[in-house]
Design a binder for this molecule. Structure first.
Ligand code: AP5
Length: 223
């Protein structure tokens, strides 16, 4: 499937993309992960992005558009993708639509996972991410069976707290979301293209069930 997930920062987009990717036969592509990799590698795009990400602000469209384009043209995204964290501005939306229509792989579903801001802070402050494979955990809601190491088979990477996962930076991220990303969601809703899931403060499994239903996927087989 070709999918685009929307939702507030820390709302669970990446978590749900991981949970449905096999059944949706889709490759999760998160611009946040791509940008963090570019920063770590010290590429020109990464050097420019670093300052914005460090503040919790959006990275300028021209940088993100380029980073996304480089990734989505790769053969492994050809049969299906889940975009997570992109598009985040109306300009990115228009750029994406042009690109994917040229590539003849337009999104089949634009899915908005609605989560109230009151549920966000606890999720963001408790999130831990694997340094090696970027898997996402939560100290309370999704702890790793191996404590501060990644439980994925063969990984064992160290879990760390992202630099932008602080209460102060979250304020900036939420205000960028309200100012720049909510208009994208509203535009898609106006066009009648948006599929909406009211996740509220439901737990991981319950949200997954709603997402699966919205995407027309069967129930999860795992416990
Ligand atoms: P990015 O990495 O995209 O951050 P984000 O949008 O703020 O989203 P997150 O990754 O924080 O959250 P998520 O919704 O995936 O939540 P998760 O599943 O991990 O972007 C970072 C920065 O990069 C931006 O600030 C910006 O600077 C830059 N950037 C990226 N894309 C850009 C773009 N397109 N344009 C410009 N700049 C861009 O869940 C969070 C936690 O909650 C986890 O610990 C999880 O275990 C837990 N959790 C999830 N669901 C539940 C649940 N239902 N119940 C309890 N806990 C839950």
């Amino acid at each position: 499937m070709r999918l685009v997930f929307f939702g507030p920062p820390g709302g669970g987009k990446g978590t749900q993309a991981e949970r449905v990717k096999v059944d949706a036969r889709a490759l999760p592509i998160a611009t946040g992960d791509l940008l963090r990799a570019a920063v770590a590698a010290g590429t020109p795009a990464g050097k420019k992005a670093q300052e914005f990400m460090g503040r919790g602000a959006l990275v300028p469209d021209e940088i993100v558009n380029e980073v996304l384009k480089e990734r989505i043209v790769q053969p492994d995204a050809r049969d299906g993708y889940i975009l997570d964290g992109y598009p985040r501005t109306v300009a990115q939306l228009h750029s994406l639509e042009l690109l994917l229509s040229d590539m003849k792989m337009p999104p089949e579903k634009w899915l908005f996972i609605e989560v109230p801001e009151s549920a966000i802070e606890e999720r963001v402050l408790g999130r831990r991410t694997c340094k090696k494979c970027q898997a996402s955990y939560h100290l309370k809601f999704r702890p790793s069976a191996k404590g501060d190491r990644c439980e994925r088979s063969g990984c064992d990477g160290e879990l760390y707290q992202r630099a932008d996962d602080s209460a102060e930076k979250l304020k900036t991220r939420l205000s960028a979301y309200r100012k720049d990303t909510v208009p994208v969601i509203e535009e898609l809703r106006r066009r009648g293209k948006l599929t909406e899931v009211s996740a509220g403060s439901k737990g991981l499994e319950d949200v997954e069930a709603l997402v699966r239903k919205a995407l027309g996927l069967g129930a999860a087989l795992r416990k």
